[in-house]
Design a protein around this ligand. Structure first.
Ligand code: PLP
Length: 483
């Protein structure tokens, strides 16, 4: 064959069917029915242009260019890929039950059903069926919240960060003048950009820090009060603990001082559980009811932490203060949608039967899973997983510790069970563990564990028995992948 030269170039021709011919074929018509004409047309044009360019460049075509069913199949697969949602279900084997990055609390079935109804039917969201007049969406849950917490009134917003912002913005009306007293030991950063001093600033309140990082005394509160003081605030140490030479002031003492000086007290509980967790064998966390009973005028907490409901921020407390909060124009900007309220109401209703909560509330069920169940599961999964991974890894079953997560009880850990995977010593140099972690993350339903101490830990607390089959089925895809 002659070498191509500028005078004698190789003339390549490509034999591609026309777009119209593909669209008119049986497989083309199926595609149009599924994805619509304009989208299929655009995808086919792109595909044909690529194939033409490849062929002219001398590349081996990735699809037989004269085979219409093969061309439509290639377009179909690209269209299907583009439609895969970026929001995927994963297996949370990180050992953190309320994992903020994985969506926190899983909702119980009653909430799922209620959300489906709310999505597909009009509802009396803000409509009083008795009077036929406009209602308040908070009415749907306010009575229940009062019943469960002993508070006089309640309101719900987008999340607890919004609850704190709204509360401060309402009670500190004079920008940069109204002072809010907070102990230096409680100037929390929750994660992301939520830091108590920044929220204060945004809300317009002036932060009056008192005490030191490790010790704050009752006298510090008393000495800080002045005519500009509008609020005393206590923030729950959700994600850290100060230990050693420490002192903080009991809520009762702060409340007593506040009452004497006519200043309300607010508590940001963070997780805010509605039940005494020690009754379920879990570490104790102050309940909302106790905090209200101790005299807090306002209490804020999250809906999707220990409460086990949807993302929401709940404020309960004195009726006059809640009424002021509801009148703040920011309330309209921070209010919850109907899907949130639809989910929250049945979750709260579950708390009316505390004895049944362990079974019914998904979060509590996961937090209290018996160790034997997780151990049995680990034993069932270990050998198929070892089989798939081959000699490069050693899969063992092992006791481990889970965390509650989301700033609830940061110091306490729950005895759990799961798989501990170590790389075969010869493979250690090659980051074998990192490769396996990545391969697990790239499964159709990604499996998320955690690497620590040269071990990949898969905590089985959040793999409930009903999901084990699905978990095992996709393991085969790992064969040969991670080695
Ligand atoms: C988690 C937490 C928040 C923020 O709650 P979100 O519902 O995530 O907005 C605020 N304060 C405390 C003390 C918390 O623990």
């Amino acid at each position: 064959m002659m070498e191509p030269t500028p005078e004698n170039p190789v003339v390549r021709t490509v034999n591609l069917p026309s777009v119209d011919k593909i669209l008119g074929s049986a497989s083309g018509r199926n595609l149009v029915e599924k994805y619509g004409h304009s989208r299929v047309l655009a995808e086919l044009r792109k595909l044909l242009a690529e194939l033409r360019a490849d062929a002219l460049g001398g590349a081996v075509p990735k699809v037989a260019t004269d085979d219409i069913p093969a061309l439509t199949a290639a377009a179909a697969s690209r269209l299907a890929d583009a439609d895969v949602s970026p929001l995927k279900c994963v297996f949370n084997l990180t050992g953190t039950v309320l994992h903020t990055n994985l969506g926190r609390a899983l909702l119980p079935d009653v909430a799922v059903q209620a959300v489906m109804r709310a999505m597909t039917s009009p509802m009396n969201l803000e409509f009083d069926l008795e009077t036929g007049k406009r209602g308040d969406r908070d009415d749907l849950v306010e009575n229940l919240l009062c019943e469960l917490t002993g508070a006089e009134a309640a309101t719900v917003v987008n999340n607890n960060a919004a609850a704190v912002l709204l509360l401060l913005s309402t009670l500190a009306p004079e920008r940069d003048v109204s002072e809010v007293i907070v102990s230096r030991g409680e100037l929390v950063e929750i994660g992301g950009a939520f830091r108590i001093p920044d929220i204060m600033l945004r809300a317009g309140a002036k932060l009056r820090e008192i005490g030191t990082t490790n010790r704050t005394h009752a006298a510090d509160y008393a000495n800080a009060v002045n005519p500009h003081t509008v609020l005393m605030m206590k923030v729950h140490c959700s994600n850290y603990a100060i230990s050693g030479f420490t002192k903080s002031v009991d809520l009762e003492q702060i409340v007593a001082l506040g009452r004497e000086r006519g200043i309300p007290t607010a508590v940001d509980l963070g997780s805010g559980t509605l039940v005494d967790l020690s009754e379920y064998g879990l570490p104790r966390e102050p309940t909302v009811r106790e905090t209200v009973a101790a005299g807090a005028d306002l209490v804020t907490f999250s809906g999707d932490k220990l409460l086990g409901g949807p993302q929401a921020g709940i404020i309960v407390g004195r009726a006059d203060l809640i009424a002021r909060i509801k009148r703040n124009p920011l309330k309209r900007a921070l209010r919850v949608g109907k899907l949130t309220l639809a989910a929250l109401e049945p979750v709260l209703a579950l708390y009316r039967a505390p004895e049944l909560l362990r079974d019914r509330l998904t979060t509590l069920r996961l937090l209290t899973r018996p160790r034997e169940a997780m151990q049995r599961q680990a034993e069932e999964i270990a050998s198929p997983l070892q089989g798939v991974l081959g000699g490069a890894y050693l899969v063992g079953t092992q006791a481990m510790l889970s965390q509650i997560g989301s700033g609830a009880l940061p110091v306490d850990q729950l005895p759990s069970y799961g798989l501990a995977i170590r790389a075969n010593p010869e493979q250690r140099q090659s980051n074998a563990l990192g490769k396996l972690e990545k391969a697990l993350r790239e499964l159709p339903r990604p499996v998320l564990g955690r690497i620590a101490q040269d071990t990949l830990w898969l905590d089985l607390r959040c793999l409930e028995h009903g999901q084990q089959q699905e978990f095992l089925q996709q393991l085969n895809l790992l064969r040969g992948e991670a080695q």
